[in-house]
Design a protein around this ligand. Structure first.
Ligand SMILES: [Zn+2]
Length: 121
């Protein structure tokens, strides 16, 4: 049996935004955005895909430092959860060339989430 190994890291950040929809901009408001990023990889000689410590440091340095506590309208022309997820995908993609990013999920409430998934077609 061939097994695939995945590693998933979840984290959250607080930020405010006002999304433009059909030319109308919402009233600015805050969310705690819940994020998870998932990679597929192979176990190395130590029996791990990648060190969680390295992944945590990467997330803090390259993602949270940009988004946490910010007014997202100063970073995105339209800070939809889709655009936030796309930004996180583009950052997370470059974390480690030995593992493959397969999914980014961003939830703006407990039950409202956007997913981006790999598509090898
Ligand atoms: Zn919102």
């Amino acid at each position: 049996m061939y097994k695939e190994y995945y590693i998933r890291k979840s984290f959250k950040f607080d930020a405010s935004h006002a999304v433009k929809i059909n030319g109308t901009t919402e009233v600015p408001h805050r969310h705690t955005f819940y994020v998870s990023i998932t990679y597929k990889g192979k176990k190395n000689q130590d029996g791990i895909i990648v060190d969680f410590k390295d992944l945590n440091e990467f997330i803090k340095r390259d993602i949270l430092s940009v988004l946490d506590g910010r007014d997202l309208n100063k970073i995105f022309s339209n800070p939809t959860t889709e655009n936030i997820a796309e930004f996180i995908w583009s950052k997370a993609y470059d974390f480690n060339k030995d593992i493959q990013l397969t999914e980014v999920r961003v939830c703006e409430t407990q039950d409202s989430c956007i997913y981006i998934k790999e598509n090898n077609k």
